[in-house]
Design a protein around this ligand. Structure first.
Ligand SMILES: *Cc1c(COP(=O)(O)O)cnc(C)c1O
Length: 432
């Protein structure tokens, strides 16, 4: 062994055309002689027995709050060969993602890219780039996402003001204007798809209102982008972010985000450095080719996730946003009819405020939510979610997002829910 050995991978890549120098290499370079294994100390922690068996990943129908289901095309893209992150082909994939994001966000913003990390990374990046210590941020809170943004902004030293709304309700423009007048913030945050309560917040008009009061607008679209109309430029949204695993049907991995010129100006005029190196949009914009300069290494982008997200965006582009919006609206209307027939109530009372992705459901009073979610998982391999934040313990949440917004999946979901309600009642009867 040792000196006559050469790497089989080189032969594979060059198709057997290995140059002479490879064969000569051992004589040119001093190779250390093979180490005697007995020189190494024995490990104290043994290889875990759990890793000796195969990985256990059953197929389930994901009808909770995300992730939703990825297509075979998207999953297959994850198995493509790795590329270096500064290779021309990687840049091309990133450019294609950027173009896809400008489409789904409906924006011409140059600073549009996908952050490495899930939806929370988009949230954190939005806050940490735009906020400086002491900045006043108005958080429109109507569920868990407002709570989390307030928490993040507080950690960044911002002066956090809250506009509160009962869970299940949405803000009106008049209420927003009142809060803007009262608090005079430089940034306002609101969630379009409030997945913790099932509210679809109307956002149109908020950008103009914020700008009238010299305020920038951040909108969270993690649970809504692709399922309901959103026009970043036309509606004057300054920072908009989303996630990959909900309507867009890619695995959880990236956080699409876009910044308007106004937002970029505020960042450019910062007196303090952005409080996060990893999420600094200056570096990320360069790495994503948004600043016209030569792209430099900032961090190792999750290249396989880029492939998958590129394919998911290609599927959305093929389908067309308008078709996707219509599809979600139709399926959710049919779902809500079916729920009424099962004696369930909708947590969101105002029809105009119901989110077309995730529905918050009040079960009949004799049915416990946990019995339903546990049963559908065990019996049907289907995920329904429980409540979250202010709705925890009160409701279940069922989502038909992206490819799951179709008649077949709807029928399967409704039949499983009906079966679970029946089962819960027969369990109740057995206990009496
Ligand atoms: C799911 C969700 C998030 C968080 O996304 P993660 O991918 O779980 O980090 C943020 N906002 C909303 C509205 C969501 O639905």
């Amino acid at each position: 062994m040792g000196t006559s050995m050469f790497c089989p991978a080189i032969l594979r890549i060059t198709g057997g055309l290995v140059s002479r120098s490879y064969f000569c290499w051992p004589s040119l370079v001093k190779v250390p002689t093979t180490r005697n294994m007995s020189q190494f100390p024995t490990v104290e922690i043994s290889p875990p027995a759990a890793l000796k068996g195969p990985i256990n990943v059953p197929k389930k129908l994901l009808l909770g709050a995300g992730p939703a289901t990825s297509s075979d095309r998207v999953l297959a893209a994850g198995a493509l060969p790795l590329l270096g992150i500064l290779h021309a082909e990687s840049f091309q994939v990133m450019d294609e993602i950027k173009a896809g994001l400008q489409y789904v966000f409906q924006t011409k913003n140059e600073l549009t890219l996908a952050i490495s990390g899930t939806g929370h990374a988009g949230m954190e990046a939005a806050a940490v780039n735009i906020l400086e210590p002491g900045d006043v941020i108005l958080v429109c809170k109507k569920g868990i996402w407002g709570e989390r943004m307030a928490e993040m902004a507080e950690r960044m030293g911002a002066d956090v003001r809250i506009a509160d709304k009962t869970p299940g309700d949405a803000f009106t423009l008049a209420e927003i204007e009142e809060a803007l007048k009262k608090h005079r913030p430089c940034v306002m945050f609101i969630t379009q798809g409030e997945s913790s309560t099932g509210v679809g917040q109307p956002v149109e008009g908020m950008g103009d209102l914020c700008h009238k009061y010299d305020c920038l607008l951040i909108v969270d679209t993690v649970a809504s982008l692709g399922a309901m109309p959103l026009f970043t430029d036309k509606w004057g949204i300054d920072i908009c972010y989303s996630g990959t695993q909900k309507v867009l049907n890619a695995p959880p991995s990236l956080a699409p985000i876009t910044f308007s010129e106004r937002a970029r100006e505020k960042i450019a005029n910062r007196k303090t450095k952005v409080g996060s190196f990893y999420f600094d949009m200056g570096f990320l914009g360069n790495y994503w080719g948004c600043d016209g300069g030569p792209r430099k290494y900032h961090h190792t982008g999750p290249i396989s996730s880029y492939y998958q997200f590129r394919e998911a965006l290609a599927e959305m582009a093929d389908e067309g946003l308008e078709n996707s919006w219509k599809k979600h609206e139709n399926i959710i209307a049919q779902f809500h009819d079916g729920l009424r027939k099962l004696g369930c109530e909708l947590f969101v009372k105002n029809k105009e405020y119901r989110l077309p992705t995730i529905t918050s459901i009040v079960l009949p009073s004799d049915v416990h939510w946990k019995d339903v979610t546990t049963y559908v998982m065990q019996k049907h391999k289907i995920e329904f979610a429980g409540g979250l934040g202010p709705t925890a313990g009160q409701i279940i949440r069922i989502g038909f997002m992206g490819s799951n917004a179709c008649p077949e999946v709807l029928a399967t979901g409704l039949a499983a829910l009906e079966d679970a309600i029946k089962n819960a009642r027969s369990q109740n009867a057995a206990k009496m």
